[in-house]
Design a protein around this ligand. Structure first.
Ligand code: IFM
Length: 735
């Protein structure tokens, strides 16, 4: 059963978290794990990847498509819904092997029991297609009405995004068209239902179109219908969206549900063949890790190279559906090592949005490319200056996520270089990657300040990964990442000069990089990087961090007046203490493990771990990886499980201030994979060799997985006393 996630009873309290837990997605859209009879009140949502909208100056966010999967059954005029307390049995499950959601509910009526079953999937064969198989039986003869169609009254956080909603019927195909508010992009959604009983009528209101199928149900007989739903938007660049929907629907209906499902399953099976990690001896960890991988695969953009993966995947409009550094640092490595084609799409997204990053740099008075903290379709920053509301006063708080998290540009470069380093795909540099890298290097140089007294460059007034401490000087992570970017830029120029003189010259000329080159070389040599203290070996997170009050997390939490109060910002409790929100120095040491001794890594892990609140889902996996590296396997396991189960338990922060931050946690999902591969399996890739230094958790008899490195497929099996690597072609492996 290590592929099945299930709930065996109904719990109203879990409506929101189960919407995430049972999420289906195919890169084009994400359909929340809600039940068919739900409406927007229960957070039904079908998020369309990359289609953003803004209304009345509120936050720009992705658009929810009208809900084509809506179904409600009435028995003798009475509606059957789990929201009423007439349930005899209920279970819902998600098969992560094939991305298939099923439910089985028995409604107990006075003298009748109605059993409904459904199965649905979002096709990965045709990403515009949603399929539903729905059946019911009754124990008594009764009148049944099936209400199904398209519900255009959708859940929005900052909506409504849909205008000019129009419905229509053509040849028994129901459709709903709408236009987004800001960019006036058209959305068309259409459905057909296959059934062979009862009488049908159509009902239309302003924003809904439903069919009602009425029948006299015979006791014990099974009734089934199949529903196909198609969605297209102007982003698909089709001349006629309605026609595109019709083609998807008729094509699918001719093929039939079973074949559509078989094609969908075949693609998922191929995905798992590349990406699965098999753990022997720990079914709980196995399921949690596979569940994390499932979410990554489900959110992955396979149909286009202009999309990336938002922080909350395709689970909701939370965090504005924006792409954060979460993608490059936490999710992208999984794709780079298991599915380089998808990784390339994700990297391309940053290349394609370079113009937005240039605009942001210019807006703040800098040169080069300053990537957005929250990036959407254009790469401009969607983050507002007042991003959190104070729970005490109800007033918006000035936050500096947007202005000061300059490390994002470096994280983008890290993603590109990591992709290039692992895949060996040179073309990424010629096709835009080099330009991004050079522009980011230029940005860091222009942001920094030269301290004449010390002869060093310094980076002042930034926010590092630990967001509880805003506007600090010389954040170790940011400084080292800036140096890394400049180092990569210098290497890239060297590579281009040898490999492609023409691209090198054009780029140099177009970017007018002559003086910049001289500058970044000097910057590389003279940028101040905080060093480990010679006694304690601890690296100060930023200038004067050690002067902050050193209290425990319990003390900090004990001082809180409201459970949702924001701990950072101007008045946040953590701001004047050493409590950090998320891995910062430890993240840096994890990325640059070979630059520091084991003693330094251990001292810093031990210092920062009790001071880290893990208020971000990006934190635990870093502590897990580093703990495994330091052979602290019990800690590593604890943090790994916390990361891997986040969307299973629903045990995560729902609010910061009054800001709703629910949804799936793709960085954690990627982090679980990172902890397994770079932590427990101890993988490290050097220029010319591959190294494994495993430290498997107690109980793990073996770990088996596949990787793709420099175009070669690798199979790895690690047991207590053996590491077996099989590879196509030759690769130097060290243990
Ligand atoms: O990018 C993260 C950030 O590091 C912590 N707060 C949430 C963001 C989105 O996941």
């Amino acid at each position: 059963m290590s592929w099945i996630i299930s709930d065996r009873e109904y719990n109203k309290e879990k409506i929101e978290s189960n919407g995430n837990k049972y999420l289906l997605a195919n890169g084009y859209m994400g359909y929340r794990g809600t039940l068919e009879e739900y409406t927007k009140e229960q957070y039904t949502g079908c998020i369309l990847a990359g289609l953003y909208d803004q209304v009345d100056g509120k936050w720009r966010e992705p658009v929810n498509s009208p809900n084509g999967m809506y179904v409600k059954i009435y028995c003798d005029g009475e509606s059957l819904t789990v929201l009423d307390n007439n349930l005899q049995e209920h279970n819902q499950s998600l098969d992560i092997k094939y991305a298939l959601v099923q439910r089985n509910t028995i409604f107990a009526k006075k003298d009748n029991q109605v059993t409904i079953k459904s199965e649905r999937f979002l096709s990965v064969d045709d990403v515009h297609l949603l399929c539903l198989k729905y059946s019911f039986t009754t124990t008594k003869n009764c009148k049944i009405t099936i209400e199904t169609g398209i519900d255009g009254d959708v859940w929005d956080i900052n909506g409504p995004h849909l205008r000019e909603i129009n419905s229509g019927v053509t040849d028994d195909i129901l459709s709903l068209k709408a236009v987004t508010n800001e960019l006036q992009k058209q959305i068309v959604i259409a459905e057909i239902v296959e059934f062979d009983y009862g009488q049908q009528s159509i009902e239309q209101t302003t924003d809904k179109i439903f069919r009602k199928i009425e029948l006299d149900a015979a006791a014990g007989a099974a009734y089934e219908f199949i529903k196909y739903v198609a969605v297209y938007t102007d982003n698909d660049k089709k001349s006629d969206l309605t026609q595109a929907c019709l083609e998807t629907l008729t094509g699918s209906s001719e093929l039939g549900y079973a074949k559509c499902l078989a094609r969908h399953k075949m693609i998922w099976a191929a995905r798992w063949a590349k990406a699965d990690i098999v753990i022997e001896g720990d079914p709980e960890a196995q399921l949690a890790l596979r569940y994390s991988i499932y979410h990554l695969l489900a959110a992955a953009p396979t149909h286009t190279d202009s999309l990336s993966i938002p922080a909350r995947g395709l689970s909701s409009q939370v965090y504005k559906g924006a792409i954060f550094w979460d993608t490059e640092l936490y999710m992208l490595p999984f794709f780079i090592y298991t599915n380089p084609e998808i990784a390339r799409n994700i990297v391309n997204y940053r290349i394609n949005t370079l113009a937005g990053a240039r605009r942001k740099a210019k807006e703040y008075g800098y040169r080069g490319a300053y990537y957005a903290w929250e990036s959407q379709d254009t790469g401009d920053d969607a983050c507002t200056h007042f991003n959190i509301t104070d729970v005490f006063t109800g007033r918006p708080m000035r936050t500096y996520f947007r202005d000061k998290q300059i490390h994002i540009s470096a994280d983008v470069v890290y993603g590109i270089w990591n992709y290039y380093h692992v895949t060996g795909d040179f073309s990424i540099l010629f096709e835009g990657g080099a330009e991004v890298i050079l522009e980011c290097a230029r940005f860091y140089y222009s942001y920094s300040y030269f301290n004449r007294d010390t002869g060093n460059y310094e980076i002042l007034d930034v926010t590092g990964p630990d967001e509880y401490h805003e506007r600090v000087n010389n954040n170790a992570y940011t400084n080292l990442m800036a140096k890394y970017v400049v180092g990569v830029a210098i290497k890239v120029l060297g590579i281009l000069k040898i490999e492609n003189q023409q691209v090198y010259e054009t780029l140099f000329e177009e970017l007018d990089y002559g003086t910049d080159y001289v500058n970044i070389c000097d910057y590389y040599e003279n940028l101040y990087i905080p060093e480990p203290d010679s006694d304690t070996q601890i690296i100060e997170q930023f200038d004067s961090y050690f002067k902050l009050e050193d209290i425990s997390i319990d003390e900090l939490k004990g001082a809180m007046l409201e459970s949702n109060e924001y701990l950072g910002g101007a008045n946040g409790l953590a701001t004047r203490t050493q409590i950090l929100k998320q891995a910062d120095v430890v993240l840096m040491l994890n990325l640059f493990k070979n630059m520091y001794s084991t003693q330094v890594k251990r001292a810093n892990w031990e210092y920062y771990e009790p001071r880290t609140e893990h208020g971000s889902s990006l934190s635990s996996c870093v502590y897990a990886m580093q703990a495994a590296h330091l052979q602290k396997t019990d800690y590593a396991y604890k943090y790994f499980m916390k990361t891997a189960t986040i969307d299973l338990t629903g045990d995560y922060k729902q609010y910061v201030g009054d800001l709703f931050i629910g949804g799936t946690h793709l960085a954690s999902n990627g982090g679980a994979w990172l902890a397994a591969i770079f932590g427990f399996a101890g993988l490290e890739l050097f220029e010319d060799k591959l190294q494994f230094k495993p430290s498997l958790p107690a109980g793990w008899k073996s770990m088996k997985f596949n990787l793709q490195i420099k175009g070669k497929a690798l199979g790895v099996e690690i047991t207590d006393d053996q590491i077996r690597v099989t590879a196509q072609g030759s690769l130097k492996v060290e243990v």
